[in-house]
Design a protein around this ligand. Structure first.
Ligand SMILES: NC(=O)c1ccc[n+]([C@@H]2O[C@H](COP(=O)([O-])OP(=O)(O)OC[C@H]3O[C@@H](n4cnc5c(N)ncnc54)[C@H](O)[C@@H]3O)[C@@H](O)[C@H]2O)c1
Length: 281
C-alpha cells in the first residue's frame, strides 16, 4: 500500500484494495461510483444481492454475522469502509446479528489480517436523546435513542478498544440524514449531501494518524446541532447546505418546530423515538 500522502505526489490511488460493506444498500449504491478514486480495486460486499462487478470491482455476498465468511471477505484488503448492517430501529435480534456480532467479527478479522484503517458508518442516533435545543460534540457521553443507536455506540466503543489495544485506526462517522433532499425541519438540521459524505469519507481514509476519531457527518446547515471541534484535523469542509431546501420545507407545513410536547421534535433522535423499545407507555 502506498502511504496516503505519498500517493498524492505519485498520482497513484491511496490504497490497492478497499472493502466496502453495505454496497447493496441505499448509500452503498450512491457511494459505489465514488469509491474507485481511493483504490485500484473496490471489493463490494453485502448480505443482499449486489449484481455483477464492474471494472476495478469485486463482489462478495456475506452475512456479517458469519465469522468465517467475514474473515474471508476481509482477506487482502488495505482498508475498510464499513456501511453494512441494520440501518434503522427494529427489534433487537437482527440488530444483534448485523451490528453487534457483525462488528465483533469484522474487527477480529481486521486484527488478525493486519488491516490498519476502518471508516465506520455510525449514526446520529448514538446521541438521539439529547434535546434539539442542545449542541452536541464528540466528547459528550452517548445517549442513544433505541437498540439501533445503542448498537452504533457499541461499534464506536469496540473500535476504540481495537485502537487502544491494537493500534487499529477508525473514524466513526455519525451520519445525519444522507438522502437526496431534506423534507422536514429535523432533516434541515441533520442533512448530509452525497458530495459532502464523499469528501468526509475521503478525508477519513487518507488523513495520516486519525487514531480513534468520532466525526459528525453533516453538511453546513444553518441551525445544525453538532459541533465538530474534535474532528477538525480531518479538514472536512462541507460545501453543501440545507438552506436551499428550507423555504419548501417551511411552506409544506410538514411539522411544527414549536411543539415541544412532541417527543420527535424535542429529542434529536426524531421519529426513531416512536419506533424504539416499548418499555415506557
Ligand atoms: N442513510 C443515512 O442517512 C444514514 C444515517 C446514519 C447512519 N447511516 C448508516 O450508514 C450505513 C448505510 O446506510 P443505508 O441508508 O445505505 O442503509 P441500508 O439499509 O440501505 O443499507 C445497509 C445494507 O447493509 C446490509 N446488511 C444488513 N444486515 C447485514 C448483515 N447481517 N450482513 C451483511 N450486510 C447486511 C443490507 O443488506 C443493506 O444493503 C448503515 O450502517 C447506516 O446505519 C445511514
Amino acid at each position: 500500500m502506498a502511504a496516503p500522502m505519498l500517493s498524492l505526489f505519485l498520482m497513484t490511488k491511496p490504497f490497492k484494495r478497499i472493502l466496502f460493506t453495505g454496497a447493496a444498500g441505499g448509500l452503498g449504491k450512491r457511494l459505489r461510483p465514488h469509491l474507485k478514486q481511493f483504490a485500484d480495486i473496490v471489493r463490494l460486499a453485502d448480505l443482499a444481492e449486489i449484481g455483477p462487478a464492474g471494472p476495478g470491482e469485486e463482489v462478495v455476498q456475506c452475512d456479517l454475522a458469519d465469522r468465517e465468511a467475514v474473515m474471508k471477505m476481509c482477506e487482502g484488503v488495505d482498508a475498510i469502509v464499513h456501511f453494512g448492517g441494520v440501518s434503522t430501529e427494529v427489534e433487537f435480534d437482527p440488530i444483534m446479528q448485523g451490528n453487534i456480532l457483525g462488528m465483533v467479527n469484522l474487527y477480529e478479522a481486521v486484527h488478525k489480517l493486519g488491516i490498519r484503517r476502518v471508516v465506520f458508518a455510525s449514526s446520529n442516533h448514538t446521541m438521539g436523546m439529547y434535546k434539539t435545543t442542545e449542541t452536541v460534540d464528540a466528547s459528550m457521553p452517548p445517549r442513544p435513542d433505541g437498540y439501533y443507536g445503542l448498537s452504533k455506540v457499541f461499534g464506536e466503543q469496540l473500535s476504540r478498544f481495537y485502537w487502544d489495544r491494537f493500534g487499529i485506526e477508525t473514524v466513526c462517522l455519525r451520519i445525519g440524514y444522507c438522502f437526496p433532499e431534506p423534507t422536514t425541519h429535523r432533516q434541515l438540521a441533520t442533512w448530509l449531501s452525497l458530495d459532502d459524505l464523499v469528501q468526509l469519507l475521503g478525508r477519513s481514509l487518507v488523513t495520516p494518524r486519525v487514531g480513534h476519531t468520532i466525526a459528525f457527518g453533516v453538511s453546513d446547515n444553518p441551525g445544525k446541532w453538532w459541533d465538530d471541534r474534535h474532528s477538525r484535523f480531518l479538514a472536512y469542509k462541507p460545501k453543501d447546505s440545507s438552506i436551499r431546501f428550507s423555504e419548501a420545507v417551511y411552506a409544506s407545513g410538514v411539522d411544527r418546530i414549536d411543539d415541544m410536547d412532541d417527543l420527535t421534535l424535542k429529542y434529536q433522535g426524531g421519529l426513531f423515538l416512536h419506533n424504539g423499545p416499548k418499555y415506557k407507555s
